[in-house]
Design a protein around this ligand. Structure first.
Ligand SMILES: C[S@@+](CC[C@H](N)C(=O)[O-])C[C@H]1O[C@@H](n2cnc3c(N)ncnc32)[C@H](O)[C@@H]1O
Length: 349
């Protein structure tokens, strides 16, 4: 998924540097889990994983990929659906996804708040999704909720289907990267007919646990060999940048405000988006984390300076520092590339 700070493409490098620093273990706490790419990687390697995030849609992904340990068989739902996949090798999950893709669109919260037809009475109508795709997303979201209410799917199956929806929606959104605002002109991507995509869920032997909490509140209750800390590094809060995904995941009919249709996110502000508060939070994590190693990802353009982080960490043990350079397009100088670094700090307590 396109998500600011997604470590999917970096997790192998992080793992390599952990090995280089002799960091081993059997359990990991993905402390700011976002898309859960790091937690997923370590679960696949056979570690026990704990994960947490302030965002509810991240929690749905965590429940599906981390806490759930089985491949769903939809044993109650499938006999009721009376639907046969055309694909002989379709798994139960593939069949349910295929069925959901056949549903006719329905006018619901997404249609009435995030599509041009549904918001035509507003001064500026909202163009997050085409009207047809908005109705499709509503139909799928309502169906998942109905099956859960009727007891036709269990908790794991419920979160797996929500994860399928959450992972699919960004491919049809008329946005440039984040959901903070919609684009005025249609991106051709957003005009393609909405279709759910398959996801991979992982079996596991261990009792993994997902949390939808301020992770700092878990410091006294969760212990693991390694804490992987990947906080926001600038003043940009995550919740307003992903508010549409949050609303689709919760489907809680929130009051929306302004041209962009933002939901209230006052309870989801991260202290890491403020320099002074971030310094205090980092100290609290370093002092209270119940683990033998802390692996911290940060960015060279972040609010905290690398020397400050190394100095704070060194108080608690040995620190290794790795600099992973990469190029990205600068937002202010159109086509020019900026050289920035992804930093990795590894503390052995
Ligand atoms: C840089 S992103 C993490 C990216 C993640 N490692 C990935 O690969 O997708 C930071 C995440 O921290 C979450 N966050 C920020 N402050 C938090 C807090 N106090 N408690 C829990 N989650 C928090 C944000 O919602 C966001 O998802």
């Amino acid at each position: 998924m396109r998500f600011i700070g997604n470590k999917e493409s970096l997790v192998e490098i992080i793992d390599r540097f952990m090995k280089k620093s002799n960091i081993g273990g059997k359990s990991l706490f993905d402390f700011f889990s976002g898309t859960v790419s790091v937690g997923r990687f370590f679960k696949r390697k056979g570690w026990t994983v704990f994960s947490s995030d302030l965002l509810y849609f991240s929690y749905c992904l965590q429940k599906a990929y981390i806490e759930n340990n089985s491949i769903p068989n939809f044993e109650k739902l499938l006999p009721r659906l009376n639907y046969k996949s055309l694909d002989l090798f379709a798994s139960p999950l593939d069949t349910v996804i295929e069925y959901l893709n056949t549903l006719p669109g329905k006018k619901g919260f997404v249609f009435f708040n995030f599509t041009p037809e549904g918001t035509q009475s507003l001064q500026i109508s909202r163009k997050y999704f085409s009207s047809e795709n908005g109705k499709k997303i509503d139909a799928v979201r309502m169906q998942i909720e109905e099956w859960r209410t009727e007891g036709l799917i269990d908790e794991n199956e419920y979160f797996i289907l929500l994860a399928v929806l959450i992972e699919s929606v960004p491919f049809y959104a008329n946005i440039s990267g984040v959901f903070a605002a919609f684009q005025k002109k249609w991106d051709p991507r957003a005009l393609k007919p909405f279709c759910l995509r398959k996801i991979e869920v992982y079996e596991g032997k261990y009792q993994n646990k997902a949390y939808h909490k301020d992770s700092l509140s878990l410091l006294s209750s969760v212990s693991a060999d390694v804490f992987y800390i990947d906080p926001p590094y600038n003043e940009r809060q995550y919740a307003p940048n992903y508010h549409v995904l949050e609303t689709i995941a919760k489907y809680d009919n929130p009051v929306l405000k302004g041209v962009t249709g933002m939901r209230d996110y006052s309870g989801q502000k991260s202290d890491f988006c403020n320099k002074e508060k971030a310094q205090k939070c980092l100290e609290k994590i370093l002092t209270e984390a119940q683990c033998s190693s802390i692996v911290l990802s940060y960015n060279s353009e972040g609010l905290l300076h690398k020397d400050e982080i190394i100095s704070k960490m060194s108080f608690f043990g040995n620190v290794d520092f790795y600099d992973i350079p990469y190029s990205r397009f600068c937002s202010n100088i159109n086509t020019k590339k900026c050289n920035v670094s992804e930093y990795l700090f590894i503390l052995k307590k």
